[in-house]
Design a protein around this ligand. Structure first.
Ligand code: BGC
Length: 743
């Protein structure tokens, strides 16, 4: 195993920082030997390497560099929520845990996403990692998808903007971020064998659009291809996606790395556009390395293609700043206290107030007695499972291994040590604050009856590699909520979930708060929102169904030949899954994902996309809609309006602009703004429609159609404030720049 050594690298044209990354990569490729090139296009999964190289951390990935040319060893770690350390070998390691990405998306605030990315990128670098496997941007097509908490919701514009901001933050540390999982890894059940089927135009206008926007905004050094097949071909050997779309249409110059265990061939994958095999020990066999050397020798993969693979990796490495600013050889100190603040701000900004009848919230500090019930709120907050799991700074007060299921080998139910109970006691020191564990509805009700206020914490755990078996709260929690609500009129339910859950008790509970998986300062963030120290300002990035029958697919699609959602080999991405027969999963809703699905069916979810209440009383004035009639260089559509805070506290508004394109169809989110306004103040706001959300994919390019655009200024996908219309003349939309070194 070659390890990087401290020899002084050769100087050459590749050091000329005034040249574009691609030119510098050219020079390096020319200086590399064939063996060095072959070594850089495949990576190890360190926990399975025996003996490990001296500089190997048992994390997700390791690709030895070429010290004589200054080409860095790639040291890779998961993920979007923090520097993951779930692997058994890194038991003592801790890192700062952000809230779930879905919570960050709920902030509708790209600055929050950027700050989170910058913080976790800084930690990654200080821990000597230089590739962060971040940037999860798969659209939520199914409410029960086990990884929804790692993604950014159901809308391509929101996902693209927030994902791009987070990636930009990560890479501001001169390390590479991925964007993943390209594409349509939309359910975990059978993820290694399923064949996702969708109309190609619909794919362009939904999941691919999210990637296209996030790549243009974030300029990730690498794209990670997914486990599943798309239209017959595995994502990591899919020429249409990896070459025609990514390189042809988007001109993406960075590298494609595989997901771990997602490679199934040598020449098919290499010739389709896969540049680097990751975690080769998890594939059924090694496909690059020696087999690739043979394929190049035999001319089945051209030398030019091998050069191109290396060139693309180096372009990502140079453009991110990593080549010129290598990561330290040894771990550096981390300001965990400052980073915890970043995590807390993100959690606070993403908490969504779903219901607040009779202004039960915010709670008064003068409350005499409060009972906190369930959800292990005495010790911590829940986090999602899988490769993104962060063992956070305060440790894990609860860690329950799984005994069965596809995720059993690498996920466990884990809580961060941020106790809402403790945080509530700290905010309201004069109140008597009791805790009951919520295992017995009658005991919970008795405690609630004796208190002024009852706060029930309800949890729904989700994990990579498994979809949620049900959208109902497990372990009798619905019965506890019903019993408590019947016993106390001032009942608040706080949900810690990785996505939507069913709420059969919704009409009987006056106040409901969605806190998601709120990260390592979740307890403090929840308490501050409950007491109104910060406004409840999150908005749903995902629709909450009333019943599962409203969904395009009420349950995960399982293999007709027996792969179930507990079939480890069909789920865990293990290479031997290739031996199992593939099966189709059809996305007939096409681009009408989430709120657009409800709109086309004239159906209504329980809580719509974009929805969230606040504590202030915001009044949005009459808007002025303006269209630039296709004038080049001018915004196509803007809306301007005043917002007045008529309440007694400062608060946050998140007005949203939806458009129905000429030719009809479901409305699309085309822009939004987020602003804090002090009590009694009026502010003028403008939302500019993002042209990428106004365009349609027409055969080989994006086009803004000529005609009338019906516009709605709204507080969410179902609550319009005002409507209008503008007429635009048709124009082609130039592809966004995917160039990586234009920061
Ligand atoms: C996940 C990826 C992750 C990789 C490395 C896979 O199981 O799908 O998101 O980056 O493992 O840990």
């Amino acid at each position: 195993m070659p390890a990087s050594s401290p020899t002084r690298p050769l100087a050459g044209a590749w050091n000329d920082t005034t040249r574009p990354a691609a030119e510098r990569a050219d020079a390096l490729v020319k200086a590399m030997t064939q063996a060095e090139k072959l070594q850089y296009v495949h990576g190890f999964f360190p926990p399975m390497v025996k003996p490990a190289a001296p500089d190997m951390i048992p994390s997700a990935g390791y690709v030895p560099g070429v010290p004589r040319l200054g080409i860095p060893t790639l040291r890779e770690s998961d993920a979007s929520l923090g520097v993951a350390n779930q692997v058994e070998q890194r038991k003592g390691d801790v890192a700062t845990a952000l809230p779930a990405s879905l919570a960050t998306a709920a902030s509708f605030d790209p600055a929050i996403a950027y700050a989170g990315g910058a913080m976790i990128g800084k930690e990654a670098r200080a821990k000597t990692f230089n590739v962060l496997l971040a940037g999860g941007v798969n659209l939520t097509r199914d409410a029960w998808n086990g990884r929804n908490f790692e993604y950014l919701g159901e809308d391509p514009l929101l996902t693209g903007i927030m994902g791009g901001a987070s990636i930009r933050g990560v890479q501001s540390n001169h390390i590479v971020s991925t964007i993943k999982h390209f594409v349509l890894n939309s359910q975990e059940t059978g993820r290694a064998i399923l064949d996702a089927k969708i109309d190609p135009t619909a794919l362009r206008e939904s999941d691919l659009l999210a990637f296209e926007i996030a790549i243009a905004e974030g300029k990730p050094g690498s794209v990670m291809c997914a486990y599943n097949r798309i239209d017959g071909d595995y994502a990591c050997e899919n020429k249409v996606l990896l070459t025609d779309v990514l390189r042809g249409d988007w001109k993406y110059p960075g590298f494609v790395m595989s997901d771990w265990g997602a490679v199934h061939s040598t020449e098919k994958a290499a010739n389709a556009g896969l540049d680097q095999e990751s975690g080769q020990e998890l594939d059924s066999k090694m496909f690059f390395g020696a087999p690739l050397a043979d394929a190049v020798k035999a001319g089945r993969v051209s030398t030019a293609r091998l050069d191109q693979m290396v060139h693309r990796i180096l372009t990502g490495v140079i453009a991110s700043g990593l080549y010129d600013d290598p990561t330290p050889a040894t771990a550096q100190p981390i300001d965990y206290a400052a980073h915890a603040e970043v995590a807390q701000r993100a959690a606070e900004a993403g908490i969504v107030l779903l219901k607040n009848d009779g202004d039960v919230l915010p709670l008064a500090r003068t409350a005499r007695s409060i009972v906190v019930i369930g959800g292990h709120a005495d010790v911590g907050v829940l986090s999602g499972g899988g490769s993104s799991q962060v063992r956070s700074v305060g440790g894990a007060p609860i860690e329950i291994p799984l005994t069965s299921g596809a995720a059993a080998s690498f996920a466990r139910v884990t809580y961060h040590a941020s106790s809402p109970l403790r945080a509530i006691r700290a905010i309201a020191p004069q109140a008597k604050v009791m805790f009951v564990d919520g295992s017995d509805p009658a005991a919970a009700a008795a405690a609630a009856r004796a208190a002024d206020i009852a706060i029930v914490f309800a949890t729904h755990w989700q994990t990579e590699a498994q979809d949620a078996p049900s959208l109902s709260l497990p372990d009798n929690q619905d019965a506890v909520i019903d019993a408590v609500a019947a016993a106390n009129r001032h009942t608040v339910v706080v949900l810690e979930t990785g996505g939507p859950v069913l709420m059969p008790w919704v009409a009987r509970v006056p106040a409901i708060v969605e806190a998601w998986y709120p990260g390592q300062r979740g307890g403090e963030a929840i308490a501050r929102v409950l007491f109104g120290d910060v406004d409840a300002s999150g908005r749903l990035p995902i629709s909450f169904p009333r019943t599962i029958d409203q969904l395009p697919r009420p349950r995960p699609v399982v293999s007709p030949t027996g792969g179930t959602d507990n079939d480890a080999s069909a789920n865990a991405g293990a290479g031997d899954a290739a031996a199992l027969p593939s099966y189709p999963v059809e996305y007939r809703e096409g681009a009408d994902v989430g709120y657009r699905w409800y709109a086309t069916r004239k159906d209504h979810p329980l809580f719509p996309f974009g929805f969230g209440l606040g504590y202030a009383k915001m009044q949005i004035g009459k808007p002025r809609f303006t269209g630039a009639a296709g004038t080049p260089g001018k915004a196509d559509i803007t809306v301007t309006f005043d917002v007045t805070n008529r309440g007694k506290r400062s608060g946050t508004v998140v007005p949203q602009l939806y458009a129905t394109l000429p030719g009809g169809g479901a409305p699309r989110l085309v822009g939004w703004a987020r602003r804090s306004i002090d009590a009694g103040q009026t502010t003028s706001m403008t939302i500019t429609a993002d042209p990428r959300a106004l365009a349609r994919w027409e055969k080989s390019g994006w086009r803004i159609g000529g005609g009338a655009y019906a516009l709605t200024l709204a507080t969410d996908a179902e609550h319009p404030v005002s409507s209008g219309s503008v007429t635009l003349s048709a124009r082609a939309l130039e592809p966004g720049s995917a160039a990586l070194d234009t920061h």
